[in-house]
Design a protein around this ligand. Sequence first.
Ligand SMILES: [Zn+2]
Length: 475
Amino acid sequence: MVLMVYNTLGKRLERFVPLREKEVQMYVCGPTVYDYVHIGNARAFVVADVVRRYLEYKGFKVKLVCNVTDIDDKTINRANEMGTSVQQLGEFFTEAYLKDVATLSVKEADVSPRATKHIPEIVDAIAVLVDKGFAYEAGGNVYFDVSKFNGYGKLSGNKAEALQMGARIEVDPKKRSPADFALWKAWKPGEPGWYSPWGKGRPGWHIECSTMATKYLGETFDIHMGGKDLVFPHHENEVAQAEAASGKPFARYWLHNEWLTVDGEKMSKSLGNFVTVQNALKLCEPWVLRFFLVSAHYRSPVDFNKEALKVAETNLARLLNALERFESLRETKVQGKGEEKLLSDIRGVKGRFEEAMDDDFNTALAISTLFDVAKSIFGYLEGSSEISAKTKQEVSKTFRELVSVLGIEAVLAETRTEQVKLVEGLVQLVVDLRKEMKERREWEDADKIRRRLQDIGIELEDTPEGTRWKKTHKK
Ligand SMILES: [Zn+2]
């Protein structure tokens, strides 16, 4: 089947064909480590993780680079506010970020390069642009001359608008044009600085990403991802820097996820509705948050609110319940009634799941096919309490594989151990109550409990050290 992706560059659905057969190189803009990751950031990382997982499911070997911006205006301001160094602040929030995304089952990137560890490469990249006439120095700053790069505006779409927006963002009288953007910023007191041919200073944000992407993935690579808010100016500027330097196309497919709102409003610190991943996890389990984030197509806006989390929780519980109950079916050697239908249902779902994901990673539709599996399973459970080992294995393996593409497989193991603990606690409670009955000489009731437990497959053994229990296999 053909994978189609919506490419922001060109604004259309395109057939995805990687540069190298069976290999995909992708770059995702990582966090600026000046604060905890919020759920809007988390959406971008989870979306990229689903893209990566699906490509791997399709048999591609994926190399994923996700940077850490540990030097820019925000990190400097925050470090000064907090009375700490930019380095310490960066280390603290990098660790917090890695922990948060791991909690959301985002697989670790192959490379997570830090900007401050790539200053020589960044300086070299800027020097190339200056040599080629695409950049100029002005008072210790180095600017990219937007007028020299013909393709400027091709990613965000509207060149004139892009230039106007650029003009509103940075105003420096030393710039040749208001739309030019900084590659290198001259040192100011209270800021970290590195030496360069243009004097002491630090890199601009955009050049960090294009330099690290090129270093680890090459001048031209397959996929560049990030939130929609990064299209302009960040990604537009990345394209300009990289393509002006190499003369070759930079990223071939640009995938951008839509906004995440909170209770219908754009999330912002000033509105006071800034929800960090850690705060969101006070409202729900990590897998519920993850499931909520993947329940919408990545190019649709999503609204984070309590009701939506509740819906995600209920839906996810239904899927897990189907799988748990199915996997605890007794196994038989021969295939029984209803198994053929179940097998054909699951094979059909696998096909439709892939079709949905091949259509620009339509997770919303893909999830709806999983509910069809759940429905078939519940239908089967109504008529039977056993299944052949062969059918059980195929259905369970396929279900688990599809769930893994969405990254919610961790919950399967997790809920299982939680349930086991719960069962153990409950049985112990019954055993303790029975002991008290025996102490009160209520033999008849104590025996009744033993028999009832036996009926559900739990055997009690009274020993001089106390009562032990074990699970028996029901015949
Ligand atoms: Zn970036």
